[in-house]
Design a protein around this ligand. Structure first.
Ligand code: SF4
Length: 275
């Protein structure tokens, strides 16, 4: 059994492979949806993921022109979400170019496969800066070095550099003009920014091509040896890897990104294909 010919790689699927090859196989080749809960505190987890989805929807509506005050009126029942919204309003859009495209999907081709990125926001100044913004609602802000190595940082910047020409006067966006910002609305709107460069792009391309080729050529997908990666994996019972972890140790942002990609990516809506 192997990947379907039209499979599109994303930061989430590549992140799964980087974490555990077996998880990638179960999720994307065997297409097993296992019902095990990712965390112990199921109700709290459900509330938290609902808040995250609601926040992202509100930002999308705001960027499409719905007044922020009108959106805020619905927040009387949720103090935490109201706090995130206030942080977003205070600092979420600071120093961004004026042209703003929310919930946009781009794709390129690499190593014979599609590579897709779904962006919360692209802020563009034609001929100037191109800023990728990703809203995070997790309580913990990761270190700069761990975010720099995250598959999302690698894939999002690379795909924009390869496939963003139609957004930028029909020329490829120079990597040096691309920046990626993570904005942590639950942590006072703290922003971590990552510049890009041609050298970094070449390095990322080599890494991504190598990963995709390795997946395409693999006939075995090993279980990870790092048991901590199993704590929040839905295949724990299948792999006999113990009970669920606690919500406070869970990376809710990574989970939300992956769920959004898995269920909401509509490939008919992909804006552009560039080789
Ligand atoms: S439970 Fe562990 S070994 Fe099994 S798929 Fe998940 S991460 Fe991999």
């Amino acid at each position: 059994m192997s990947l379907s010919d039209d499979f599109a790689f994303t930061q989430g699927s590549l992140g799964d492979y980087a974490d555990c090859a077996r998880r990638f196989e179960l999720r994307f080749i065997k297409r097993l949806r296992y019902p095990a809960l990712e965390v112990q505190d199921a109700l709290q987890f459900e509330t938290r993921t609902r808040q995250g989805a609601r926040f992202h929807k509100m930002v999308q509506q705001h960027l499409l022109g719905v007044p922020a005050e009108a959106l805020a009126e619905s927040l009387a029942d949720d103090e935490e979400l109201a706090r995130w919204w206030a942080n977003y309003r205070a600092r979420g859009l600071t120093d961004l170019p004026a042209q703003r495209l929310s919930e946009i999907t781009l794709q390129t081709h690499l190593a014979g496969r599609r590579l897709v990125a779904k962006y919360d926001l692209l802020a563009l100044a034609p001929g100037g800066a191109a800023v990728i913004v990703d809203w995070k609602t997790g309580a913990r802000v990761p270190s700069q070095s761990s975010l720099r190595g995250r598959m999302q940082t690698i894939v999002y910047r690379y795909v924009l550099a390869q496939a963003g020409a139609h957004l930028y006067a029909d020329e490829r966006i120079p990597p040096e003009r691309i920046r990626m910002d993570y904005v942590y609305v639950a942590s006072d709107g703290e922003r971590l920014s990552f510049a890009y460069s041609a050298a970094q792009m070449r390095q990322d391309e080599a890494l991504l091509a190598e990963m995709i080729a390795a997946i395409d050529q693999a006939d075995q997908f090993a279980l990870t040896n790092e048991l901590r990666r199993c704590r929040f994996c839905s295949y724990r019972s299948l792999c006999d890897r113990g009970g669920a972890g606690r919500l406070e140790d869970f990376d809710i942002d990574e989970y939300e990104d992956e769920e959004e990609e898995t269920f909401a990516l509509d490939f008919d809506q992909i804006a552009e294909i560039e080789f």
